[in-house]
Write a protein that binds this ligand. Structure first.
Ligand code: SAJ
Length: 432
């Protein structure tokens, strides 16, 4: 590749991170090939369409595909830079599974040439980038491999985690700072040159293991802090305190910033990544492990409290507000709201109605239940008990006048002006 020319890029894995990354790189003027094992994904994107929802992604993908800077394929092709953005799930034993990373590496190794850079972006246990390096070394003995040669290596290998927030991915892909961990300092510099094509934030170089750990630490930090808020909310329930009021007041301290309790922690990152640390150092991680337990346990606590309320009013119709794993997105993966709503739908059948403006039908968890998906106006008209599970803006904006006659179990604290349940006037037409 001539030094002044834009490199050709291959992004492996076109999911929630890979597709936006491929599109943003293509927008910067590089020619990008997106590779995925799913024919549906490859064909959808080739038509300029998208298979996931993310703010402004549809227009961007349509544009770069139309311009020809983003192509897709199920097969790897030679390129200058390879970005691996495939899933790293974990099994029932909470052990990370890096087989997709190794499979992608095997396919990349087949087309690697001297001068290429390989960057792993998938959230990975510490040491994975070295495994990628070792696999390439075993498959391509003809190449001089970083860290394994005394000479100048033929290729560069680095780890650079994404840290974008769903709902703000395009903005954060360009503006967030990046940690770039090289197998060697030279590898980090090569990867940095690549990221500078499309990242406006600071790109900070380090070693691969530190960069891997940084990603895990960021999400474990958030998980532990959310667990603190969730534990406080369980304590407040026991002590009959308003946790939102307590947190609001405590956060006026200049060095206190407690996060928000909720029905649990969802999504594919924060509820998963802490286990990668626990798995690597089980004896040294009681806090991180306990935080996971607190956040997972919050779902059951919310289900139990909801049942206690519902059981007092056998004729009441119940509206569960929200299924998404967090506000203002249509992502229902590992959503605590979905778990709570589905458990209530199983128990209370057609008494339960679901309001989720981001869903066109109920997810499979509701199969066999008699719950139905209704809109918020219908819920205001017909339902007696409101259980906000997601803090979507559309729910937050419901004025007190429209919910003053409802019994509310507010798991997200979206309506601070709502009368407490025990203050709710007995004007509800409920057979109790
Ligand atoms: N949540 C609370 N209370 C809070 C904040 C969040 O209950 O005060 C819940 C949310 O409702 C949701 C879950 O936690 O169920 C996770 O939401 P989130 O907004 O905290 O994070 P994600 O999963 O959307 O994205 C995280 C981000 N990591 C951090 O903020 C440290 C993002 O920057 C990462 O790129 C992303 O994980 C990832 O891909 O790893």
């Amino acid at each position: 590749m001539p030094s002044e020319a834009k490199p050709d890029i291959c992004v492996v894995g076109l999911g929630y991170i890979g597709l936006p990354t491929a599109a943003v790189i293509a927008r910067s003027g590089c020619r990008v090939l997106g590779v995925d094992v799913s024919e549906h994904v490859v064909k959808t994107i080739a038509k300029g369409k998208i298979h996931i929802e993310e703010v402004d992604l549809d227009g961007l993908v349509q544009g770069v595909v139309a311009r020809g800077t983003l192509r897709t394929s199920m097969t790897m092709e030679p390129s200058d830079v390879f970005v691996i953005a495939v899933p790293t799930p974990f099994g029932d034993n909470k052990a990370p599974d890096i087989s997709y990373v190794l499979e992608a590496t095997t396919n990349i190794a087949a087309v690697l040439k001297s001068g290429d850079t390989v960057v792993l972006e998938s959230t990975s246990p510490v040491g994975t980038t070295e495994k990628v390096r070792n696999l390439i070394a075993s498959l391509r003995p003809d190449l001089k491999i970083p860290g394994l040669t005394e000479e100048i290596p033929d290729i560069a290998i680095a780890y650079c985690p994404e840290r974008v927030l769903p709902g703000r991915i395009l903005e954060e892909l360009t503006n967030n700072d990046r940690s770039i961990g090289g197998i060697t300092p030279r590898c980090a510099r090569k990867a940095l040159t690549f990221y500078k094509h499309f990242v406006r934030g600071d790109c900070v170089t380090t070693d691969a293991r530190s960069a891997e750990m940084t990603k895990l630490v960021e999400n474990a930090y958030r998980d532990v802090n959310i667990a603190f808020a969730n534990e406080l909310s369980i304590v407040a329930d026991k002590m009959d305190l308003d946790v939102w009021e307590v947190i609001r007041l405590a956060n006026r301290h200049p060095r206190v910033n407690i996060l928000q309790p909720g029905p649990g922690v969802g999504g594919h990152c924060i509820a998963v990544d802490p286990w990668f640390i626990v798995n690597s150092a089980p004896e040294q991680t009681p806090l991180i492990r306990t935080a996971r337990g607190v956040n997972d346990g919050k779902v059951d606590h919310v289900i139990e409290r909801a049942k206690q309320l519902i059981d007092k009013y056998p004729a009441a119709r119940i509206a569960c507000l929200g299924l998404a794993f967090k506000a203002n997105i249509d992502d229902f993966r590992e959503s605590p709201a979905k778990k709570v709503a589905a458990a209530l739908a199983r128990k209370y059948s057609s008494r339960v109605q679901i309001v989720e403006p981001y869903a066109s039908e109920l997810p499979e968890e509701f199969e066999g239940s008699k719950a139905s998906l209704i809109d918020i106006d219908e819920a205001i008209e017909n339902c007696d008990i409101f259980i906000p599970l997601v803090d979507h803006d559309v729910f937050k904006s419901i004025p007190l006048a429209e919910r003053v006659n409802k019994l509310v179990y507010d798991t997200r604290g979206i309506w601070p002006d709502q009368p407490r349940i025990d203050e709710t006037p007995a004007k509800l037409k409920l057979a109790s």
